[in-house]
Design a protein around this ligand. Structure first.
Ligand code: CDP
Ligand code: MG
Length: 834
């Protein structure tokens, strides 16, 4: 049995933030004179690390340039006791047995594909093996290995782990570079970076001069950036015959990648997992008498809490729901009846849906059982996890803190919480972790013996025909289900409860759809243009699995409408600026306008909120209270975005007097989300500065602003996301051009008002479920639409909008196509003369 030192991981996590902050202070990224030059300098420096050193005293202090004596330094470390321990640990990883075979394959082929179970040592070991063998072959001074990661956090933590394994400081032979942050020195030969960073380097250095190895990690995720990078690299390889490409994947679908690269050899690292017994829904019923427990438990639960009559009646109803749902599930052909049915918020299970009770029952079964071991529950998303956690905390057994340690695990949790997930709980306490599919491959909890798999994951999809993105929990793939199951067999034989019948599993797709096929392509198309990769549609047709022509056409059309591309598909000045900002083009446009109109502070709040997530919490049992708390911020604005700004500013104010948490509690706000927004705002600020769109903090930090102007900027960004408002006697009818009548989420402040005193709503997102629903919206007037909505796409809306469209062209088209500066002047004048 191999016990892996997970303490190390959590220690790294614990210090990560403090460490990063410290580094940021010590190593400012170079000041940039202007945007186009900045990229060149950045990556130019990469080629000549010495210049970096000369230019930056601060950097020198931290990184202490040394001559290239990697080999002797390494020997000293290996001879020390800690070094010995590390060497021994590294030998226990499954990748170690394949080391020679892997290196041989790399030396004999230009491209190889490596697959292996999560945790077998692909990311931390393979790039290191390459580095070591290069040093061995006296090429240490000239090699340059780049390993890409899909996420910032993994690029940073992996590079730190590898540096620690080599007994070095980060920035010696191993470094990292993510957007806005980096640690590398003149000796850095192995660089972990995000996929985006490598793509941006290609912007100024098409042939990756000086790079000897590119390792693309986590390709099984089929992220959009990775698929994109593969197209570029495929084209580059013939021009750079000496460049080695290594693709790494956690699952066994190597053939696809191997044939994309003309039959590149695929290697597999055999893992060491224990067998995991799979239980499907029908097994649960047959072998554990689940059905009986399901009934009894609900009654027990009801009595124990001495619920009121009304509640009891509710439980009775739920009980019959369960029985019919399970029945349905067994009939199985139509699996909709057993459902993770959605109530008003489309994207999550309804909190009192049977899915939750099923999970509750399975967890009781495990906790009452004899076998020790932690439980990992795969849920669809953050909101589900929270609702389920609330439900379980109220349960007599599962909520008992002496018996159960209940933890949540999702992308944006605090690092202190993160540590608990990896720690072993006290004797006699069962650890239950509720996680998103992030726990499938990105993180590993070693003591997991039981896995509960709801079979779904929240996934974006894209309906090209209606040009509508959808975000729905959808069935996972067979590969993902296998991966989830495998998580139970790290330390001993495990059990996996799949909460769906086997025949549903059989109907799963083999692999998840690649992101390129299920997301709107606007940002990607912008990037293709800024990388000067030629015709967008021609370029994308060379992808591993090319997207639909219609999706591409929609994206190009959209970019033309917002003025990022001209009629000939060339990048405009606005387009260039937008491609510098790591947010969707529409949000980038808001930031640019915010900078121009000197009201960046509130605009950054809106953009941060839209790119992180809604900080307003809507707990199902306190929905009314939460809604009324929210409406306190909204006043009569009819704008979710202005509401968000007020809530955020209030929190900032409360933070100043140390009462941030109290404020959040009182107002049903997520402190965590607000903090994430805060750090995102800081990033925006630096980026805009980097792109020379602002020169100092003045005008950005002031809290007073004009609501009408913000409304206008929101309109400019969200256009053509617009619907018309008709106030009727008892209701409000909303219509968009493409969908006809649409509805609002009840969480929107506009969902609960008797009338909306403006003729238009601009919205950020529409999502198709049964009907089309609009998320956050802001009401705008004719004149705002006239001035700030861009030209209306051909085809027209209705007569009114067509007329507006005519005006819009008249006012806006030449300026937008040209540059935003003249727009500022023109609009400034208009506003001044109002
Ligand atoms: O990439 P892959 O999933 O194959 O594995 P890896 O990330 O290279 O990790 C290999 C092993 O190193 C893991 O099983 C962990 O035990 C250990 N590790 C660690 O202790 N701390 C880290 N920050 C990363 C990995
Ligand atoms: Mg990995």
């Amino acid at each position: 049995e191999v016990v892996l030192p997970f303490g190390l991981q959590s220690e790294v996590d614990a210090h990560l933030h403090a460490f990063l902050d410290q580094k940021k202070m010590m190593i400012p990224e170079m000041p940039r004179p202007n945007s186009s030059e900045s990229l060149a300098t950045d990556y130019g420096n990469y080629e000549k690390p010495e210049t970096v050193m000369q230019n930056s005293l601060a950097r020198e202090r931290v990184l202490r340039p040394r001559s290239l004596q990697l080999r002797s330094k390494q020997q000293q470390w290996v001879d020390s006791p800690e070094g010995q321990k590390m060497v021994e640990f590294r030998k226990t990883l499954p990748a170690y047995k394949e080391k020679d075979a892997l290196l041989k394959a790399i030396s004999e082929n230009q491209v190889i594909v490596v697959s292996g179970e999560t945790g077998c040592g692909k990311t931390t070991q393979l790039p290191q093996y390459i580095l070591e063998s290069e040093i061995e072959a006296a090429r240490g001074a000239t090699c340059s290995i780049i390993c890409t990661q899909p996420r910032r956090i993994s690029a940073i933590s992996v590079s730190e782990r590898v540096a620690a394994e080599r007994g070095e400081q980060i920035g010696e032979s191993v470094g990292y570079k993510v957007r806005l942050e980096g640690m590398r020195g003149r000796d850095t030969r192995l660089l972990f970076c995000t996929t985006g960073v490598l793509l941006r380097r290609l912007l100024v250095d098409r042939s990756l001069k000086g790079v000897t190895h590119v390792v693309v990690d986590e390709i099984h995720e089929r992220g959009m950036n990775e698929d994109f990078l593969l197209i570029v690299l495929k084209e580059l390889l013939p021009r750079r015959p000496d460049l080695k490409l290594i693709l790494m994947s956690a699952t066994l679908n190597a053939e696809l990648f191997s044939s994309y690269f003309g039959g590149a050899p695929a290697m597999h690292i055999p893992g060491f997992t224990y067998p995991v017994r799979a239980h499907f829904l029908e097994d649960l019923l047959e072998t554990t008498g689940y059905r009986l427990t399901a009934y009894n438990q609900i009654d027990d639960y009801g009595e124990e809490k001495t619920w009121k009559m009304q509640k009891q009646a509710q439980f009775k109803k739920r009980k019959s729901q369960i029985s019919s749902a399970v029945e349905d599930a067994l009939e199985a052909a139509d699996f909709k009846g057993y459902n993770f049915r959605t109530r008003d918020s489309m994207s999550c299970w309804s909190p009192d849906s049977i899915g939750f009770n099923l999970i509750e029952n399975v967890l009781c079964h495990i906790v009452k059982g004899e076998r020790p071991g932690a439980v990992l529950v795969f849920m669809t998303g953050w909101d589900d996890i929270n609702s389920l956690k609330n439900q379980l905390e109220a349960h007599p057994l599962l909520g008992d803190l002496n018996k159960v340690l209940l933890l949540a695990c999702h992308g944006s949790m605090a690092s202190s919480e993160q540590r608990l997930i990896f720690d072993r709980p006290p004797e006699g306490v069962r650890k239950i972790v509720l996680a998103t599919n992030m726990a499938e491959t990105s993180i590993t909890i070693n003591d997991v013996v039981f896995v509960v798999d709801c079979g779904k994951a929240k996934e974006t999809s894209y309906d090209a025909l209606n040009n509508t993105p959808c975000l729905l929990p959808s069935w996972i793939s067979k590969a993902a289900a296998r991966q989830r199951r495998g998580r139970a067999g790290r330390v001993m034989p495990g059990e996996c409860y799949h909460l769906y019948p086997r025949c549903v599993y059989d109907a799963f797709a083999d692999y998840q759809q690649p992101e390129l096929l299920r997301t709107p392509l606007q940002s990607l198309c912008l990037q293709i243009k800024s990388l000067r990769l030629g015709s967008i549609s021609e370029f994308l047709s060379r992808a591993l699995q090319p997207p639909e022509a219609l999706s591409v056409q929609n994206a190009v059309e959209y970019l033309k409408i917002i003025g990022a591309l001209d009629d000939n598909e060339n990048l405009t000045a606005l387009g260039k600026n937008l491609s510098m900002l790591p947010v969707e083009p529409k949000l980038g446009k808001m930031l640019i306008l915010g900078a121009i109109f000197n009201c960046l502070d509130p605009v950054m709040t809106v953009v941060a909120g839209l790119s992180v997530r809604d900080p307003f919490l809507m707990p199902f049992d306190k929905k009314d209270l939460a809604e009324s708390a929210k409406s306190k911020f909204s006043g009569r604005d009819c704008s979710d975005h202005l509401t968000l700004i007020r809530a955020y500013n209030g929190w900032k104010e409360a933070e100043r007097t140390q009462s941030g948490y109290e404020y959040c509690w009182k107002n049903f706000l997520s402190a965590q989300t607000l903090k994430a927004m805060d750090s995102m705002r800081k990033q925006f600020f630096f980026l805009l500065k980097e792109a020379s769109l602002i020169d100092n903090i003045e005008g950005c930090s002031k809290l007073s602003y004009d609501d009408h102007l913000i409304r206008a900027i929101i309109c400019a960004g969200l256009f053509p996301g617009i619907c018309s408002v008709v106030n009727k006697e008892k209701s409000i009818t909303l219509k968009t051009m493409e969908d006809g009548q649409v509805l609002l989420y009840s969480s929107s402040v506009n969902g609960n008002v008797p009338r909306i005193p403006f003729p238009w709503l601009v919205f950020n997102e529409k999502i198709k479920v049964n009907s089309v629903f609009l998320r956050d919206s802001t009401a705008v007037s004719d004149s705002v639409l006239l001035l700030f909505g861009d030209k209306v796409s051909s085809g027209g809306f209705d007569g009114h909008l067509k007329m507006l469209g005519g005006y819009l062209e008249f006012f806006m088209k030449p300026t937008i196509a040209y540059t935003y500066l003249s727009l500022k002047r023109e609009l400034d004048e208009l506003i001044q003369n109002k």
